[in-house]
Design a protein around this ligand. Structure first.
Ligand code: NAD
Ligand code: MG
Length: 380
């Protein structure tokens, strides 16, 4: 049976890989809605190929080519969320980057049967509110992040047993072996060559600082209702074990595979069915070793900051995320050195008093304040 799916952030790394799966399975998926931020030409091309019913761009292009006028277009702020009401999509894959994806996730819960969640920032910032809404409306949130997909897959084999610990693996990012004394002045060129995954720029920088793993601990905390103390992080440079679940008897289940995001994306799209996307089989004989090591918080101060933020609770994770988005953008524009990302996040967290989160408005207010405060530090 063919399911209709909205792909929000269709031109990005996750979006294009999801469309690769849709392309292989035209009888399973109809991408009925495609959206993007500003990359109009890329989106026009996808619209020509997949012929969605609706499409949206945050930034309105100067003109729309005649041959893509067959679908309904929506432009402007939050158009990726607004378009969902028109789309009639059964599923929504939220592959927007940053807190910009929160509104789309929130709205997708109203309009779609299932939400496929790549956008971790939506849970980091809107955690309790998003989980409560999903539970109230009885809508599944299917993880797309590879670690969370791995845990979700391991939990299929858990039966009535609650896990005792979750173990998230991390590649350690592009600067894992960079000399510590030069780390502060690492450049975007150093950071953007990720050893095992090809991803959007923001998440690639987050992997190098390991703030990404901090966001993922927060994401796992909400998705799997697991206390933060029971979520562990281990550096696993080969990126073959995607994450693990430990039970009361000490048994550990791991999900493994070659690093290819089409695995977790396809698992969420096809759930509960696995799709054949012609993945390379895992060649055990080719590994001389699989290694695991504890992260060094001197190399990765952002990981420590993220763990402190989730322990502090309230708006602290929102502030962490907002400051990080500002700092990463500044780093990518070569306005600040790599080491200033952690400094900006830390100073912003220290400057702003955390408050409880009672509504989505509280989240956006904390985000705005974090961005303004982080910008002030950057301007100095
Ligand atoms: P990307 O930068 O490659 O793509 C982002 C997409 O979102 C683009 O289509 C862009 O046009 C769109 N977008 C950006 N801002 C928007 C806005 N304000 N409104 C509407 N659309 C907007 O990013 P990515 O690497 O694909 O990551 C997407 C999300 O998935 C992130 O939250 C990331 O953390 C998560 N994720 C990505 C990977 C990966 O392998 N790339 C793995 C795990 C999780
Ligand atoms: Mg991940």
């Amino acid at each position: 049976m063919r399911r209709t799916i909205a792909i929000l952030g269709a031109t990005g790394s996750i979006g294009t890989q999801a469309l690769d799966i849709a392309r292989r399975y035209p009888d399973h998926f109809y991408p009925v809605c495609l959206t993007a931020h500003a990359s109009a030409e890329k989106l026009f091309q996808l619209v020509r190929e997949f012929r969605p019913r609706v499409a949206a761009l945050e930034i309105e292009p100067r003109e729309i080519p005649e041959d893509v006028k067959f679908c309904q277009w929506i432009f402007g702020k939050n158009s990726s969320a607004r378009v969902l009401a028109e789309s009639g999509a059964e599923d929504a894959l939220c592959a927007i980057v940053g807190i910009a994806g929160l509104d789309a996730v929130w709205t997708a819960l109203d309009h779609c049967q299932r939400v496929l969640l790549a956008n971790k920032e939506a849970l980091v910032t809107g955690g309790n509110l998003v989980m409560e809404k999903a539970a109230r409306l009885n809508k599944p949130l299917l993880p797309v992040d590879s670690e969370h997909s791995a845990i979700f897959q391991c939990l299929q084999g858990a039966g009535p047993n609650r896990p005792r610990r979750l173990i998230l693996t991390a590649s350690g990012g592009a600067l894992r072996d960079f000399p510590l004394e030069n780390l502060y002045y690492a450049t975007p060129a150093d950071v953007l060559k990720h050893p095992t995954w090809v991803m959007g720029k923001k998440i690639t920088v987050d992997c190098a600082t390991m703030l990404n793993k901090g966001l993922e601990v927060i994401e796992a905390h909400y998705l799997f209702h697991m206390p933060v103390e029971k979520i562990h992080v281990t550096i696993h440079p080969q990126s073959v074990v995607h994450s693990m679940v430990e039970f009361e008897d000490g048994a550990v289940l791991a999900q493994m595979g070659n690093p290819d995001m089409r695995g977790p994306i396809g698992y969420a799209m096809g759930y509960p069915h696995r799709l054949d996307y012609q993945a390379r089989p895992l060649d055990f004989a080719a590994f001389s070793q699989l290694t695991f090591q504890a992260p060094d918080l001197k190399r990765y101060p952002c990981l420590g900051l993220a763990l402190e933020a989730i322990r502090a609770g309230g708006t602290a994770p929102v502030i962490l995320n907002g400051a990080n988005e500002v700092a990463v953008a500044a780093f990518l524009m070569e306005r600040i050195p790599f080491g200033a990302i952690a400094e900006t996040v830390e100073k912003t967290l220290n400057r702003i008093q955390t408050a409880p989160v009672r509504s989505i408005e509280d989240v956006y207010a904390a985000d705005a304040l974090a961005r303004k405060t982080a910008e002030q530090f950057l301007a100095k």
